[in-house]
Design a protein around this ligand. Sequence first.
Ligand SMILES: [Zn+2]
Length: 493
Amino acid sequence: MQLYQKQPLKITNSLTGKKEIFEPIDEGHVGMYVCGPTVYSNVHLGNCRTFMSFDMIFRYLRHLGYKVRYVRNITDAGHLVDDADEGEDKIAKKARLEKIEPMEVVQRYTIDFHNILDQFNFLPPSIEPTATGHIIEQLEIIKEILAKEYAYEINGSVYFDVKKFNKDYDYGKLSGRKLEDMIANTRELAAQSEKKNPQDFALWKKAEPEHIMRWPSPWGDGFPGWHLECTAMSTKYLGETFDIHGGGMDLKFPHHECEIAQAEASYGHAPVHYWMHANMLTLNGKKMAKSTGNNILPGEIFTGENDILSKPFTPSVVRFFMMQAHYTSILDLSNDALLASEKGFYRMMEAIDNLNDLGTKGTSDFNVPEWRQKCYDAMNDDFNTPILIAHLFEGVKHINLIKEEKENITAQDKELLQQTMHDFVFEVLGLEDKSEGNQDSNKLQGVVELLIQLRNEARTNKDFATSDKIRDQLSAMGIQLKDGKDGTTFSVS
Ligand SMILES: [Zn+2]
């Protein structure tokens, strides 16, 4: 018997707004598609949270014994600066500004994306397809939608006819919108627009002569609309109907709504059984935005090179912090919140380290099987990681009591306790015990601070030969000293 047969899982389905029992299409198998990044800049911390939520979901489904095919795409073309199908391609714009090839932009930021996700200990998806690798599949879907007369061609572009589609299907069911309200709330169609209605969206856009990213099509040279790639890639690898489609809350409308419309228009039925949306991350109570400076990159948190946090935090601490909130809740990142998570994380790691050395007795004061099931119950309730973590700390409390010989545990219960901690902390939450490495970095910090102190003494004594020697030799080892008005700090490159 597989674990998933004993542990019924409930998922909040954005399509119905209800928590539903999860039943995959093929018993024992799960197909899951998550909208990946548009690779034109360093990956945002907010996007990392979304992808981390689905990494945890992927991990738990696997833990339950499901064979999961997890597809997460890379958007390397078609995502325009303006959501109303106007403006430049985000990647082409970056390429123009930096005077490099669009594919150099794609390569650079795909590497950055993978590098950051590796540091966060993500599992790689089963397939990571790219939009430019699936132009042919996208053209086929456009032809199908045109044949079904839910799209129209005009001046070398093809648009999805939302009004026509809405007569036969329901446009807006995922985001809870009605087309009539959308029409009532939009101003007149811009005079230069060639769309029949402002709600229509591009399936194919004609490429102007200056547009570098272009492909031939039956309607002339152009490029696919952003929403189309996900329909093409999800159905190619997971089938016309699949189990789970996920993404950030901001993608619900229009992106996911358009994906549903495209699939229904071409296949005649809904593509996805369970839609899941991860909520956003704020910074110090405000929306993160590069333009306001209220922004921090994952790499800047790990190195400590930022003006927002008092110290560096390891990827595992940041991951632990993110797992302390339910994926559907807004989470606020702040220095205090990270400091608290860091404390909790090391307390948990210390308890896990101590677990091996616990002595056993003939009886247990801690009902381990019941506690293990509580951990499952939390995860089965729509992946409730904050409740799971609260239960894990209950385990930590007992480990500490047993260590202090205030409680007893049998050998069998001790083994189950170890297994449960391992399953949920490392396998499901994806945390890594880097406490050894952390002790090393604490030692390094102590040594460098001692050298800074010796250098300051040398400078006070006007022994500049010694003070320069300390600075230069540290620099040769990749440790840079920086003198500021509050004293000397250092960074390791
Ligand atoms: Zn998508």
